[in-house]
Design a protein around this ligand. Structure first.
Ligand code: ADP
Ligand code: MG
Length: 258
């Protein structure tokens, strides 16, 4: 899906000339500037399934954290569902993170003293729903992701794949428009990775949930419909299926070494 023919009002995410610089302390008075994202421009439409690819250190997580409103860009603009996030208050940002975005991480990030059911229900309780209602809704989600039998298990009583299903159920519980998944299969074996990717694919095609997935593995990325490749903080490839293999990894827009 190229999305070029859509009007801007339909964009879910619009990123314009976005840069990220980390300031690192040093032994002298002069802080060290470390720029990790350079002039990122992106438009993402509802119901897209995007894989962000690139080697370790290329800036994938930094970009995801900014898209998830967990971090702010150093310069440039980011509109989420038409709103420039730079102008949102902390409360509004927290609301966006809780209601509009579901997060899935490599390490599952479950609360280990809570059952699967209570892990999934936690964001609902936090949003003010009563315990019974939230548990009922959490149960429905766990059933949908194939964990109906495991609701009272604690994370250490579940396999990696089952823990990731709990995390995906939790990410879905507030009915987000957007799921951000940073290396969600990074801790899983090959077969379980493909089962988790099939679940993401199903959520995208059946429910139209926009999914942005970070991975450095081509076979995991192949579940997506659009591929964005980062190299040293720059987008060097952005395209649909069929262009993934045909575009050389070394893009001509990156000036070569002298
Ligand atoms: N909080 C931070 N402070 C300073 N540098 C950071 C910070 N987070 C990431 N970096 C640096 O930014 C670069 C990109 O990191 P990251 O976005 O995590 O890459 P990826 O997810 O593609 O592996 C790396 O060089 C990393 O060391
Ligand atoms: Mg990363």
């Amino acid at each position: 899906m190229s999305g070029k023919d859509r009007t801007p009002t339909q964009t879910l995410i619009r990123v314009e000339d976005l840069c990220k610089v980390y300031q690192l302390g040093s032994h002298t008075n002069q802080p060290i500037r470390h720029q990790v994202l350079f002039d990122i421009n992106l438009e993402i439409y509802p119901a897209e399934f995007i894989a962000i690819m690139g080697q370790s250190g290329s800036g994938k997580s930094t970009l995801m954290n900014i898209l998830g409103c967990l971090d702010t860009p150093t310069s440039g603009n980011y509109w989420l569902a038409g709103r420039n996030v730079a102008y949102l208050s902390n409360d509004e940002l927290a609301h966006v993170r809780n209601r509009n975005i579901g997060f899935v991480f490599q390490g599952f990030n479950l609360l280990r003293r809570m059952t699967a059911l209570d892990n999934v229900a936690a964001p609902l309780l936090y949003a003010g729903m009563n315990r019974n209602e939230s548990r009922k809704r959490a149960l429905t989600l766990l059933q949908q992701t194939g964990l109906g039998q495991f609701t009272l298990h604690y994370p250490n009583q579940l396999s990696g794949g089952q823990q990731q299903r709990v995390a995906i159920s939790r990410a879905l519980v507030n009915q987000p428009q957007l799921i951000l998944a940073d290396e969600p299969t990074g801790n899983l074996d090959t077969q379980t990775s493909h089962e988790i990717m099939a679940l993401f694919k199903q959520l995208n095609s059946d429910q139209g949930i926009t999914i942005i997935l970070v991975t450095h593995e081509d076979d995991i990325a192949s579940y997506a419909n659009r591929f964005i490749r980062l190299k040293d903080g720059r987008i060097i490839q952005d395209g649909g299926k069929g262009t993934l293999l045909s575009i050389p990894f070394q893009d001509k827009r990156i000036t070569s070494q002298p």
